[in-house]
Design a protein around this ligand. Sequence first.
Ligand code: FES
Length: 137
Amino acid sequence: MDRIEFLKTASSVTVLLCLGIGLGGCSKDDDEKPPSTSPFSFDITQSPFNALETDGGWLLHPDRDVLLVNVGGDIRAFTSVCTHTGCSRQWSFPSGNFRCGCHGSTFSTDGDVVSDPANGSLAEFNVERTGDTVSVS
Ligand code: FES
């Protein structure tokens, strides 16, 4: 195989891989998977979850890497694994934003970055509420 023939073959393989034919490489699907956590539920009337009963109430789940917040009566849940370097347990909630205590990144209650050094949003989980029971998945 000469050099030109090799390059033609290599280009064809690359195109096939990017089309999802072969090993499935080059696909953006892996980046677009919805976030997931092991599903869990809690009673919002029980401590510490009763902090979520009022607008602006928040907490870091005691056993999971999940931030929870009440935004206008809706409970929202985000990963607590910071998109900067992965700290997950040093959060506070000053001025209505999540603040990672490791290096000071802040995130809105939509999970979007408000201030760096993080540059990626916090992944959000699905939340369903039935009466006093809140389910996160
Ligand atoms: S790990 Fe959160 S700001 Fe650095």
